[in-house]
Design a protein around this ligand. Structure first.
Ligand code: T4K
Length: 409
């Protein structure tokens, strides 16, 4: 099949000659015109073959079957299960509801250990069910949970652990599984970033008792809004299917507490089209990542987070870390990039524990999170994906270099 990735989004950026930034005075921060007329976003969606999506849309309209476990959702689930190498994929309306359903289906209660350095949805999904999120510190090198820190946070009220495969780099699955086994805790993963990634050669999706994906528009693989729970446990999958659909087992027969977590057909159509374009999207992300590594190489105090060459990666985040020896404060860098219309982000600053309501509920949580604090102060996430204009990496690197010149003046 001829795989097409829709790149029309780039048309929003005028094809004028790329801005050359060789001196401090070239920066928009100092009054020069911005590099881009329209914003470059970190979460610009990747979109597959537009015509195929429109064909699917026509079909589903003709069928008048718009949601409630329709044929496209079932096809997407089958294809995802095949791709991920897992027995069950239960598609959902978004990753947050998928987290809430998985957490509830696993019977988590009391306290659950998770990183604070994650998107706030991971913690919100717990609190939504009146479970206390207990934040454990991360390994400053991997940005993922530190197993020793997890051990330290276990109390008699702990019922589970949620590992997050941050940036699509797998959490320490084996170490967390060993802790869970030894302490009789349920282990699940927030795999929102890790679609297509592997851990020790196996695709993320079948680890722990369940894993949860997000297929939000900003994710490397998207279904507009969407998500999924994946598991190898048959009974758990059945329960989760009931929970997704108000607890219904059959017409007029609810057998379980439930909610509305269903994925609509139009979202599944987007998923099917984007699944076909997956390899092309990974290739684009990979090229961008390699180009960033090369263009930013040698800037003192600046480090691009690598993806493990021994694993499969989706390369969906370009994460830059600024060490103390980097000449310019992070907020000044963000200001300079935004002035050029390059909307870099400070994910996941300031850490969930510093956001409401967690900050008010657990005001001392930060005392045990020194690595979280350090990393959250240092990270900048840069735009990537199929919609990234060809000159963007060089331009962005030039902004960093000009800023360091500025600081040395
Ligand atoms: N767990 C983790 C670890 C997660 O990262 C997430 C979601 C979840 C759970 C929850 O899954 P979902 O319930 O969302 O399925 C964005 C996304 O909204 C969020 O899904 C994602 N993580 C998070 C990392 O990023 P914000 O608050 O940064 O969104 P926003 O509106 O600022 O958009 C990000 C950028 O993308 C902006 O620069 C605009 C651009 N954008 C956005 C959309 C929606 C586009 O260019 N086109 C678009 O259609 O959270």
């Amino acid at each position: 099949m001829n795989v097409i990735v829709d790149c029309r989004a780039t048309a929003a950026v005028p094809a004028a000659a790329p801005k050359r930034i060789t001196r401090v005075a070239d920066l928009a921060l100092h009054g020069a015109p911005p590099a881009y007329a329209e914003p470059l976003h970190v979460g610009r969606p990747n979109i597959g073959d537009r015509q195929r999506f429109l064909d699917y849309t026509n079909d589903l309209l003709d069928r008048r079957w718009l949601t409630n476990n329709g044929p496209l959702v079932q096809e997407l689930e089958r294809r995802l299960a095949d791709y991920l190498g897992v027995r069950h994929v239960i598609a959902m309306c978004n990753g947050t509801i998928a987290l809430e359903i998985a957490i509830r289906a696993l019977g988590l209660k009391g306290e659950v250990i998770l990183p604070s350095y994650t998107f706030v949805a991971t913690a919100q999904a717990l609190l939504w069910q009146e479970i206390t999120p207990v934040f454990a510190d991360i390994d400053p090198l991997t940005h993922n949970l530190d197993p020793a820190a997890v051990e330290r946070m276990i109390t008699p009220r702990t019922s589970g652990i949620i590992g997050v495969h941050l940036w699509g780099r797998a959490a320490p699955v084996d170490e967390l599984a060993e802790i869970a086994r030894h302490r009789q805790l349920a282990l699940m993963f927030d795999s929102a970033h890790a679609f297509g990634a592997s851990y020790r050669g196996r695709r993320v999706g079948a680890f722990g008792r369940a894993e949860v994906f997000s297929f939000h528009a900003t994710k490397f693989f998207n279904t507009f809004e969407g998500g999924a729970v994946t598991t190898n446990e048959d009974d758990l999958a059945t329960t989760i299917r009931y929970m997704r659909n108000f607890g219904f087992e059959a017409y007029d027969r609810a057998v379980h507490v439930g909610t509305n977590g269903k994925m609509p057909e139009i979202c599944a159509a987007m998923g099917l089209v984007n699944l076909d374009a997956l390899d092309a999207v990974v290739a684009a992300n990979r090229r961008n990542h390699e180009a960033y590594c090369e263009a930013l190489n040698g800037i003192p105090g600046l480090h691009v987070l690598p993806y493990d060459p021994r694993e499969q990666s989706n390369f969906q985040y370009v994460v830059v870390e600024l060490a103390p020896e980097f000449a310019v404060p992070r907020d000044r860098v963000i200001e300079a990039l935004h002035a050029e219309n390059i909307l870099a982000r400070k994910y996941f600053w300031p850490g969930c524990h510093n956001m409401r309501p967690f900050r008010d509920l657990y005001p001392h949580a930060g005392l045990l999170l020194p690595n979280t604090a350090t990393v959250a102060e240092r990270v900048i996430v840069l735009p990537t994906g199929t919609a990234l204009p060809a000159d963007a990496v060089v331009t962005i690197a030039a902004v960093f270099r000009a800023l360091t010149m500025d600081a040395r003046r």
